[in-house]
Design a binder for this molecule. Sequence first.
Ligand code: DUC
Ligand code: ZN
Ligand code: ZN
Length: 481
Amino acid sequence: MTPTFETVIRGGRVVTADGIRTADLGLRDGRIAAIARDLPRCDTEIAARDRLVLPGGVDPHAHIEQLSGMGVMNADTFETATRSAATGGTTTVISFAAQKTGERLRDAVADYAARAERGAAIDHAFHIMVTDLSVPGFTEDLKALAAEGHRSIKVFTTYNIRLADRQILDVMAAAKEAGALVCVHAETDALLSWTKERLLAAGHTRPEHHALSHPRLAEIDAVERMCRFAEFLGQPVMLFHISTAEGVEAVRRAKARGAPVRAETCPHYLFMTADVLKRDGLEGAKWMCSPPQRTAADQEALWAGLADGTLDLVSSDHAPYRFDDTGKLRAGPGSSFDRIANGLPGLETRLPLLFDAMVSKGRLRAEAFASLTATAPARLYGLAGKGEIAEGFDADLVIWDPDRRVTYGADDLHDNVGYNPWTGTTVTGWPETVLLRGEVIVRDGEYRGTPGAGRAVPRPAPGVTAVAPPAEEVRFLEDNA
Ligand code: DUC
Ligand code: ZN
Ligand code: ZN
């Protein structure tokens, strides 16, 4: 007789959308088959007494095995990034399929998908990073890829891979037809480049000047404009990595108007200020990211945005570069801030840092932690079967020790970055055992995953649906198409 369940997770405090309750989880065929008390015994029993059982983390914004706009390769491959993610309790990641100039979109996606299939130890999906609209078959590829489940697109308003506003409208209109979410790195390029040139000309070249080179008005201006574009077309837009209080407020106002916008922030904006860049020599480069860390007042505004639903989720924006001549110091030990790759690792630390701040320190409840780190990203990006503990969902689970205190050391992460930006930070609460579709990939903190065992996640429908645009002109066009 076949056993009722392949695995039972016994007696944990299970965090579901409805609250927390003590129950067993019965797993079968990689899915959650039952949530109930006193399930029958089976061959594989995992004890979860005094533990929380949480949905596996869904990190919807990570750069993996990708060439940056500056031409620097990420330190992490799919193998090392997903090893790191898994150890930190994350079981699904969305990274980027970055289009090279002249490359067809479908070729970019095929390239990244093949590499993820070989290396990824957790489940995965891609944002199609659009940089060149002039390639053959652009719109047809976008529609075909969305129908295959690649239902999010990333565009930049700045850097050498930026699109002009007019092109962003074209991408948003195409995404609306295709049924895809448009994610935006929203900082106004003119404000960044104008400020950067003057800083450098005046000899202000150190990592701490990087923060000044990203005026907060650049974020405010671009976030407001992208919200208006979303509203104009009725096309869902995700504002990436909101860092300022005014950015939060712009999203709040746009949502109040009914604009189909969503927004995220990241741990380095919630827990760090621009002071991290003020270290001796080039040391501050380890913390350089864009937008940069801001102020304590901004942190409070971000927390308020998470509490009232203005901000929908927290991603890592994992962007791994080693602190050597392959990464941050590629332009030499005396390089000015504009020649240093932006980004810091975060896949492994996102969940422990947020659990500590939200649950252990009491800012938010465990249900909100699960929602902001797993359920909301899974729903907004249309990741079928992910992000929730409910019957029929994938058995992607984390058995979480809420009491374990850990102080991060300098080289205790499982990525390929070689430094830990959170060295010396103490967290309470730790991912002990992690399951991916019912298989243990981390046991008692020890990584047991397999490169290539991760699967592409189906995304049969957009997570956020388009709305009727308030703009009369667009309504006219849509009615008379
Ligand atoms: N900023 C981004 O927008 N992406 C990657 C890294 C960074 O700092
Ligand atoms: Zn960005
Ligand atoms: Zn990013």
